[in-house]
Write a protein that binds this ligand. Sequence first.
Ligand code: PEP
Length: 264
Amino acid sequence: MVTGCSYEVIGDDNRMRKKLIVANWKMNMLRSEAKDYTISLVERLENLPLKVEVVLVPAYTLLDVVYGVIKDTNIQLGAQNVSWQVSGAFTGEISPYMLTDVGCRWAIIGHSERRRILGETDDMVRKKIKSSLDAGLIPIVCVGETLEEREKGKAIEIIREQIETSLRDIKLDDPANLVIAYEPVWAIGTGENPKPNEVEYFYEVIQKIIGTIFGEIASQMRILYGGSVTKEFYITPPDIDGALVGGASLDADSFTKMVQLAGG
Ligand code: PEP
């Protein structure tokens, strides 16, 4: 099992959970672009005291080239999806052990684009979380309501159901080994943002839900915000543990700025 280094005391504020900034590149970049981008990001970040954890999450075909650049740095690697199967006749799938083999430490699971476009269910998400943990990958589990659900006042019900179903029977010894990303679907790729106090409210809701599942250690688990995060709009209520960044992570300058805003 991977153990995280996420409980260092940082700065003067005795903050126990290290901030985490995750770059979800989605289905973008070819190998040469990915290499150039990563080299330039490493150059930008190497002069910063990296007090935050930074994870790059490129498409599968780019994982090895990105890992080649970051392997001796503090920057970590993640995958955008993972199979719940370990090996065998599952054409087109990538197992968690294949991901750790290529240098991954993290896997995004249940992203709304996979739920909405590819029909991924909470039950599939649960199996992927289980197989990832077994292989030593840290799942970043995405939850969030659609605009329609929000307008009908069902956001909390939906988030509760997503979390309770996908974490059913999941055992967690170390709170660093699972991260929740609150990503309101209506904010992803739209330029729309919730107000910071709304993010704080959902943060508290999610913390209560995971508290009923994992007990005391839930207060040390990290909850990220994702949805149109840019360098102009970075959610900074003190409790938010970082961001899952899509579009804006494709620009090394913007992404560096976000790492700095998070305390990098
Ligand atoms: C995402 O892909 O998880 C995301 C939040 O995308 P964007 O930042 O582009 O809204």
